[in-house]
Write a protein that binds this ligand. Structure first.
Ligand code: ZN
Ligand code: ZN
Length: 430
């Protein structure tokens, strides 16, 4: 069943991709003249810089405007150039316009893939040239990643987890709150019961082509009937996921709101905490000691707060109550974590188009603009495990870059409207 479905969605990806392949299949040699360069690594911007890109990969970054023979000049002398942005928490195959459970019940995997193709293009055009997809039906998001890598579909470079795995009745158990007769067979693959089962699920994600494993340790906010402050997964299960995933070269991302769930995840070697809503200074001390990444997703809290106020009918009664009583995710814990030296990577948990608003929320929380930019470039690449390929403008990295006329260090909201996007040396938007 799984293989047959995989074949169907794979062929659909190829068919749909024909309509939106970038003009150049093989990148030309280009030299980008950057009026100002924020390279993702340096603490200060540089002025008047040339970025030489050969076969889609950055070859050299040097002062002054060079025009070597055979290189096409891309004139960004009036702009600030930055590395392509990275969102470490997206769900590209999910349509956020509908209540998620309605979407999942009514949408077959083939249509989920079409949603993913459309969202991928939208995200890339907003300046996100890489992303980590941390839950979607496994064969769908793996097909999407392959189609993008093969240049058949326009989108960011993807690292995907496949379906998020939750304990029975937890955040991610899609049957929760439904008539038991309403059930999709693939949902069983997202529910864990015991460490032996955790080992099998982590291995099956690897076999299916996922790059990381996503687990839901605490309950969620919008989901029906689970408690975000409660730790729902056992230590044995978490440890089995971590050990198995790490042995296979995969990282583990954990959805965790409650303080206890975040601390257990960090102590057991989980690589990144998603949300971390109720983490405090004690939690962050442990995360810093363990080197655990924090992906705050302030935009998710912002979106849910707005949704509960404007469209309560889009939420279940329990979801609406949790959001209104537990409040919007606060920026305060991000600032605490930042000041304590916790590693923070940019992630949003939102629909394409809203992603860069996370920068505005980080700024409101008190994060300096350059630090926020590095969370979405260098540090995001480190969390993903590919700082040698993406996240900075240095020799050896892909020619993934964006540009804006405004000054993001003075007003970071200009990143919500980037004017120029290049991926692998190909101009995507200008
Ligand atoms: Zn989550
Ligand atoms: Zn999420």
């Amino acid at each position: 069943m799984g293989n047959r479905l995989f074949g169907v969605v794979g062929r659909l990806a190829m068919a749909a991709g024909v309509l939106c392949v970038p003009a150049a299949s093989f990148a030309k040699d280009v030299v980008v003249h950057a009026g100002r360069l924020i390279d993702g690594v340096s603490a200060q911007p540089r002025e008047r810089v040339s970025i030489l890109i050969h076969d889609g990969v950055i070859q050299e970054v040097t002062g002054g405007y060079l025009a070597p023979a055979g290189y096409e000049v891309v004139d960004l002398t009036g702009k600030t150039v930055l590395p392509g942005l990275i969102d470490c928490h997206v769900h590209l195959s999910i349509n956020f316009e509908a209540p998620i459970i309605n979407y999942l019940v009514k949408t077959p995997p083939t249509d989920q893939l079409v949603t993913g193709i459309s969202n991928s293009r939208a995200l890339l055009e907003r300046g996100f040239t890489s992303a980590r997809d941390v839950s979607g039906y496994t064969p769908v998001v793996v097909s999407l990643k392959k189609a993008i890598n093969a240049n058949k579909v326009m989108g960011p470079r993807l690292w995907v987890s496949g379906g998020m795995i939750a304990p029975t009745g937890g955040h991610g158990d899609m049957s929760m709150g439904l008539d038991p007769a309403l059930h999709k067979p693939e949902w069983d693959d997202n529910v864990v019961s015991g460490p032996e089962n955790a080992i099998e699920l982590a291995r099956s994600r690897h076999k299916a082509g996922a790059d990381l494993v996503k687990i839901a340790i605490s309950g969620g906010m919008a989901s029906d009937g689970d408690d975000p402050r409660a730790m729902l997964m056992t230590d044995d299960e978490i440890k089995a996921f971590v050990d198995t995933a790490h042995a296979l070269g995969m990282k583990v991302a954990a959805h965790a709101h409650g303080k206890t769930s975040v601390e257990h995840a960090a102590a057991l070697g989980v690589d990144s905490i998603e949300h971390g809503t109720f983490a405090d200074a004690e939690t962050f001390k442990l995360m810093k000691a363990k080197g655990t990444w924090f992906v705050p997703t302030l935009q998710a809290g912002f979106d849910l707060g707005n949704l509960a106020a404007a469209h309560p009918e889009m939420l279940s009664e329990s979801g609406r109550q949790k959001i209104t009583t537990l409040g919007r995710l606060t920026g305060q814990n991000v600032l605490t974590a930042y000041r304590m030296g916790v590693r923070i990577a940019f992630g949003t948990d939102t629909r394409p188009g809203q992603n860069a608003h996370e920068f505005v929320l980080l700024a409101k929380a008190g994060i300096p603009p350059m630090a926020a930019i590095q969370m979405a470039t260098l540090h995001a690449a480190e969390l993903i495990g590919a700082p040698d390929k993406v996240g900075s403008i240095q020799p050896g990295r892909f020619g993934d870059l964006i540009a804006t006329t405004g000054d993001p260090l003075a007003d970071i909201s200009v990143l919500e409207h980037v004017e120029f996007v290049m991926k692998g040396g190909d101009i995507v938007k200008q």
